[in-house]
Design a protein around this ligand. Sequence first.
Ligand SMILES: *[C@@H]1O[C@H](CO)[C@@H](O)[C@H](O)[C@H]1NC(C)=O
Ligand SMILES: *[C@@H]1O[C@H](CO)[C@@H](O)[C@H](O)[C@H]1NC(C)=O
Ligand SMILES: *[C@@H]1O[C@H](CO)[C@@H](O)[C@H](O)[C@H]1NC(C)=O
Ligand SMILES: [Fe+2]
Length: 490
Amino acid sequence: MWKDKGMGFVLLQLQILSFIFLSFVNSGSAGVTSAFVRSEWPSTDIPLDNEAFVVPKGYNAPQQVHVTQGDYDGKAMLISWVTAEAPGSNSVHYGKSENKYEFTAEGTITNYTFYKYESGYIHHCLVDDLEYDTKYFYKIGDGDSAREFWFQTPPKIDPDAPYKFGIIGDLGQTYNSLSTVEHYLQSGGQTVLFVGDLSYADRYKYNDVGVRWDTWGRFVERSTAYQPWIWSAGNHEIEYMPDMGEVVPFKSYLYRISTPYAASKSTNPLWYAVRRASAHIIVLSSYSPFVKYTPQWMWLREEFKRVDREKTPWLIVLMHVPIYNSNEAHFMEGESMRSVYESWFVHYKVDVIFAGHVHAYERSYRISNIHYNVSSGDPYPIPDKSAPVYITVGDGGNQEGLAGRFRDPQPDYSAFREASYGHSTLDIKNRTHAIYHWNRNDDGKQVPTDSFTLHNQYWGNNRRRRKLNKNHLHTIIARVPLTDGMRRWL
Ligand SMILES: *[C@@H]1O[C@H](CO)[C@@H](O)[C@H](O)[C@H]1NC(C)=O
Ligand SMILES: *[C@@H]1O[C@H](CO)[C@@H](O)[C@H](O)[C@H]1NC(C)=O
Ligand SMILES: *[C@@H]1O[C@H](CO)[C@@H](O)[C@H](O)[C@H]1NC(C)=O
Ligand SMILES: [Fe+2]
């Protein structure tokens, strides 16, 4: 079984030790299927004339304002907005104090059609050379219609920089979506990691598809104008609608959302990476080619090599389709990507992988399934300390409603699952500790629904352990398989 026979005995001991350890951990917190039953509001979209979608006052006023990180390290912002009537000003005026805009940047303007819908004028403007850890005020639009916002730049890249991320997925534009965003606004989150499926405009036909992208842009502006949302795309962004003559995948998404893909040497806005404070965030596209030799695969291979855990200890991956999911909805849809990338996730000790797609909440134990090779090998997920924690947060509250049917019995890999709406936060404290929390929308009472301390996969508990890992234990621990055979035998 083991190539290095001399290591066999040590490995066996390690296996037994890790089995005992893991049994202890597992029996302390066996997989939980939450019994919570929410009082669900109807999963219908908010009506068009609702104030959630209010068009800002004034002729041609900028609307649907959203910002995202504009470079690799957080010293730039990409600011985007739409003007409805005319192209209008394409400038961003900005500075460090309110009403005093010392700097100006010029953006680009684009527009597109979708069926017979004609979009407004979509502006994207890169504002760079910013100072770290600084509040900037910015102003867009002309004359009386001008609008002002602000954002805070992140601290400079530093292994101990604290930073609080929010995680939102599958948002849509229902009253549940609104509740999710309002709860998130109270969370103190500084940047959103968005795991795909934005507007659900593709649930509509003809011109309403474009119309519902516009309402969504106005709806999320309450957050997106003030802090970056790091975007990843889901299946609802594909909008392959041949019956309407629309066959270019991701058309609306790519016109409206800009990402800093070139800064991470990506050649496609759908996959890229950014570094922010103490985190390295990799965004993948579940619906773009990802198998060996495709551009996404080639890029990811190189990006993993660029990760420097000494500078950014926290390695986070975003994707739309979860790799481990025990809901009946979308069960095993992540298998294809799992078979291609899981060994990298384990090898590079990714801390946590966030996904959406399934309209429920679920968190896994650290497990992997990388030993099966079609001809033989262990075909089951097994406890693996080098594996990421997989978290599905596809519960933003869109009009398709909840995925309420979990598979029974709960698989060993599933630690906690609940079919509710909500969002998560990842509160990074320093290089070793982050506090993770899933916030159910009904949490007006601040009930901690699922929260735990995430220990960094690279820095571990202390420096000595990290050094040991780095030298020789690394490869051994990474490959300790705990097979069902082992369990029976023990
Ligand atoms: C973009 O806007 C220009 C100017 O209003 C218009 O002539 C053109 O048809 C629009 N293009 C698309 C693709 O909608
Ligand atoms: C598949 O796994 C088995 C058992 O671990 C191993 O003996 C075999 O060499 C593997 N085959 C390949 C092609 O990796
Ligand atoms: C890191 O943060 C955790 C949680 O707040 C704290 O207990 C620990 O002492 C911190 N470590 C250092 C080195 O500051
Ligand atoms: Fe989805």
